[in-house]
Design a protein around this ligand. Sequence first.
Ligand code: F6P
Length: 320
Amino acid sequence: MDRIGIITSGGDAPGMNAAIRAVVRAAIGRGVTVVGFHHGYEGVIKNEATVLDSKSVGGIITFGGTILRTARSKEFMEKSGREKAIEVLHQNGCQGMVVIGGDGSLTGALRLHDEFEFPLMGVPGSIDNDISGTDFSIGFDTAVNTALDAIDRVRDTAYSHERVFVIEVMGRRNGFIALEAALAGGAEAVLIPEIPYSLLEICDQLRASADKGKRSSIIVVAEGAAKAGEIKDFIQKNTGFEARNLVLGHMQRGGSPTAFDRVLALRLGAFATNRLISGFKGEMVGVDGSKLVSHPLSYVLSTERAVDPEKLLLAEVMAQ
Ligand code: F6P
């Protein structure tokens, strides 16, 4: 193998640039040229190719987003789109490709692998941390810290005005960002899609806290569980407490990656590249504790990532 492709695909995540840098420099170290395609699979189909040398990835480790840009491609969903993508990869002399992205992007990689036996290596990049086969995906830690910063700031005003604040965080169908940010921010309650909740019970809990002298509370809600505005209205109506809501939205996807995400991205990017060049394919790399691991994409995509019950219990006990 002397030439490989690389894309970032799906939602951007802080640390993707660090991963691109790692892939390029690890490949160059083994005498392999890296072709970057802009705009994910869409850019492969449209042949938006550019050779990435060591200098082209210099200074990007501190940036959020992705220098390769990203997209969600409709054309790639069709077999004809994937055939075009393979044709373009061959035209560019690519004998393999590293795909950095979330579950949708990795599903695309598995399709290319299954349908054309094209060598692919996945790197988990998503703020949602909803991908099996790795303890962490690139961008999660930064997103949690961004959400935490917002929670800390809102707590100041919640305290001063004696209000209940409902803060909605991202995470698509999962509550990993919500749970982690709620624990770190000392939230009084957290609502996630994985666990049923009762708003009436939460109102009782808020009243009980008020009886004990607590005048303000923070409730973190995952976007997949409920809308912050609706929760705020319900609480206000049922308790009479003054409440406000805040949707953090895409700010959680931006910003300079944390040290954790940068190092994770460097390790995963280099590991994926080395495995691909060594002949492994159809896998996604990840971390298990501090160890680097790699699993078949078919396993990763057919396994649900579960919420840690110990963390859930901890959130409940701490909210008392
Ligand atoms: O998957 C990352 C993510 O930010 C989710 O948390 C969120 O639901 C979704 O992407 C938002 O997608 P878009 O940027 O297309 O609005």
